[in-house]
Structure formats: structure tokens, C-alpha cells
Design a protein around this ligand. Structure first.
Ligand SMILES: Nc1nc2c(ncn2[C@@H]2O[C@H](COP(=O)(O)OP(=O)(O)OP(=O)(O)O)[C@@H](O)[C@H]2O)c(=O)[nH]1
Ligand SMILES: [Zn+2]
Length: 328
């Protein structure tokens, strides 16, 4: 029996997915566009665009063996797309990604690898208390979001137990939405941010992420658990990202078991690009300036003293740049 390749066999290229697809064949013109909503050991659960209520299990076609495919990827399928149990379609193309979140290497997995593609928003879920908030972790998530091309949202859970103001204040200069949630209030603010968008939820164990997912996604759609029935349950289940449909459109991607995002290859320039107000002043820095601390090389401090930039924004940028180097 030929050995089946899976996600673990893929060598992640250092670039950002710009390899020309010379193997693309014209006979795939009729392939059906679909989005990947679950991945398990080389099997992909996909929702075809023309039949979004259908879950089709697929494997990568021959020309795709070295192409990484993750939850959120836009792909093209050929073959039997009926979604019948036990039937496998073939995945013949992966479209360019608009964003990529990467998982940090760990003891069992030495490669930094993509876990979610094409998400618009990273929702960083953090409890106001119990467990105590860890701004260092939030900062690392922010770096991963800016680097991966996602807009961050901070969701502060358990606002019924403590005042979210201290932590909200810390992030105010960054200008992204901060939403506080509590069990006795509805999730209107969060719904309006996430509806019609693709968002990734990330949070450490105990912060209330599962409670949030259950409130955002009605029980019926949780039947996405079927994904695992289609593709088989196994060792990867606990760390696999799964895309769930929001009632009013859009998807939330849950990332159970993922403890942090990869920051190994993050460049200061990509983080800086999320600070448009400071990016212009940074053009006056010496080449190679990492903007980490006040120095003769860094033009950002004089931009602040000259009134062209905000001190709190610069402090936030420096905290994020420093967070890259701080282990969790
Ligand atoms: N008071 C209060 N408790 C909450 C809130 N959200 C969640 N909890 C409680 O916090 C505990 C953890 O919630 P979970 O939803 O399981 O948290 P999780 O982040 O999914 O944790 P894991 O399942 O371990 O990954 C549970 O006892 C919840 O009832 C909240 O807004 N307020
Ligand atoms: Zn600088």
C-alpha cells in the first residue's frame, strides 16, 4: 500500500506562498471552489461554495503533495463532491492566502507551521481574572496577528468577576476593539465585529473560550464535530483548528490545544507596518534599526518629542517588539 502523505510530511517553505504553480493543469478548470473547515491526518473537510451545507472529505491530489493546506484555505476540488460517507474528493489547487497564523514549534513538532489561513480577525480571549491576565501573552498574540495579516480583537471574559478597565487601558493606544463579556449580558458587540468575517479564537485553558464558542455558535452548527466522523478521530484532534459557521454569516475558527503562535520569523518591519502613524517616522531611522529602545539610530523618539508621534503608541510598539524575544 502506498504510504499516505499528511500534514507532517510537508516542508514549510520560508517564503509566503508565492511559488508559481507550474503543475496546475487546464483540466482543473471545472474544479469547484471550497473552503477547508477541518484537517485531520491528511484528510481535509471542505465546504464547497455551491453547496455550503455539505461537508466533503478530500485528499490532496498528486501535484499538491508538497503544498500546505490548513483550515481556512480556499481550495479547488474535483471528483465526487456529494459528501457521501467514505467518499473522497481530490484537492487540486490552493488559492493564494490573504493571511496566515503559524503555530510555534514545540517538543513534538520542531517546525513552525501554518495553522489557519485567510482569517480576517484574531480574537485574543483573556479572562479579567481567574486565571490572571498575562499581558506578555496578549502582546505575543498581537505580534502574531500583525505579522500574519490579521486584525486583532481583545475579548476580556469574566467581566462579572473583576473590572476590565485596567487591562483595557493598557491596550487603548493600540486602537483595536476591546470587548468585555460576562455570562449575564449578550454578545452583541462581539457578534457585530465577527459577523460576515472569518475570525480565529485563541485563548489559554480556563479563560472561557469554550463558553464563548458555545454562545457564538448555536448547538446545531456544533455538529461540525461530524468533521471528525468523516475524517477519523485521533491524536491530532485536540490541537486541530476547526471552522464553525456563525448564524448571521462568517466563520469562527476554534484553536483548541494550541498554546501559542509562532514568532520565529517575525520581522520588526511587519510589526511596524501595523503602526501607520510611526511607520513614516521610522523612515528616518538608520538602516537595520529594530526600534527596540531609544538610541542615536532610532528616529522614533525624536518624532515623539517633536510632536509628530504619540509616546503611548511608541511604548506599545516597543513592548510588542520586545515580546518577540520573551518566552511564554
Ligand atoms: N464568572 C464567569 N465565569 C466564566 C465566564 N466564562 C467562563 N466562565 C467559567 O470559567 C470556567 C472555564 O470556562 P471554559 O469555557 O471551559 O474555558 P476554556 O477557556 O474553554 O478552558 P478549556 O476548556 O480548559 O480550554 C468554567 O467554569 C466557566 O463556567 C464568565 O464570563 N464569567
Ligand atoms: Zn528605529
Amino acid at each position: 500500500m502506498p504510504r499516505e502523505l499528511d500534514e507532517d510530511d510537508v516542508r514549510i517553505r520560508p517564503g509566503r506562498g508565492s511559488r508559481p504553480r507550474t503543475r496546475q493543469r487546464p483540466d482543473h478548470a471545472e474544479a469547484v471552489p471550497a473552503v477547508v473547515v477541518g484537517v485531520d491526518r491528511g484528510r481535509y473537510s471542505c465546504r464547497p461554495q455551491p453547496w455550503p451545507d455539505r461537508l466533503v472529505a478530500a485528499v490532496r491530489g498528486g501535484s499538491m503533495r508538497r503544498t500546505s493546506v490548513v483550515v481556512g484555505d480556499q481550495v479547488a476540488l474535483v471528483g465526487d463532491l456529494s459528501g457521501t460517507d467514505g467518499v473522497l474528493a481530490r484537492l487540486v489547487r490552493r488559492e493564494e492566502r490573504t493571511s496566515v497564523l503559524r503555530r510555534t514549534p514545540d517538543d513534538t513538532d520542531p517546525a513552525e507551521r501554518p495553522i489557519v489561513a485567510n482569517a480576517d480577525i484574531l480574537v485574543i480571549v483573556c479572562a479579567v481574572t481567574d486565571p490572571v491576565p498575562r499581558p506578555g501573552l496578549i502582546d505575543r498574540c498581537l505580534v502574531a496577528a500583525y505579522d500574519g495579516g490579521l486584525a486583532p480583537v481583545l475579548c476580556l471574559t469574566k467581566a462579572d468577576l473583576a473590572d476590565p478597565e485596567t487591562i483595557t487601558e493598557l491596550y487603548r493606544p493600540l486602537g483595536f476593539p476591546v470587548v468585555a463579556t460576562r455570562p449575564d449580558q449578550d454578545l452583541t458587540d462581539l457578534h457585530s465585529l465577527l459577523t460576515q468575517r472569518v475570525s480565529v479564537l485563541f485563548g489559554h485553558s480556563g479563560v472561557g473560550k469554550s463558553s464563548l464558542v458555545n454562545r457564538l455558535v448555536p448547538a446545531a452548527d456544533r455538529a461540525i464535530g461530524e468533521v471528525n466522523a468523516v475524517t477519523g478521530r485521533g491524536r491530532h484532534t485536540s490541537s486541530a483548528a476547526v471552522a464553525l459557521r456563525l448564524p448571521a454569516g462568517g466563520m469562527v475558527i476554534d484553536t483548541p490545544g494550541i498554546r501559542s503562535f509562532g514568532l520565529g520569523a517575525v520581522s520588526p518591519a511587519r510589526v511596524l507596518s501595523a503602526f501607520s502613524d510611526l511607520a513614516a517616522a521610522a523612515a528616518y531611522c538608520q538602516p537595520g534599526c529594530e526600534h527596540l529602545a531609544p538610541s542615536a539610530d532610532c528616529a522614533l523618539d525624536s518624532a515623539v518629542t517633536g510632536g509628530g508621534a504619540d509616546a503611548a503608541r511608541l511604548a506599545s510598539l516597543r513592548r510588542l517588539l520586545a515580546a518577540r524575544a520573551t518566552p511564554l
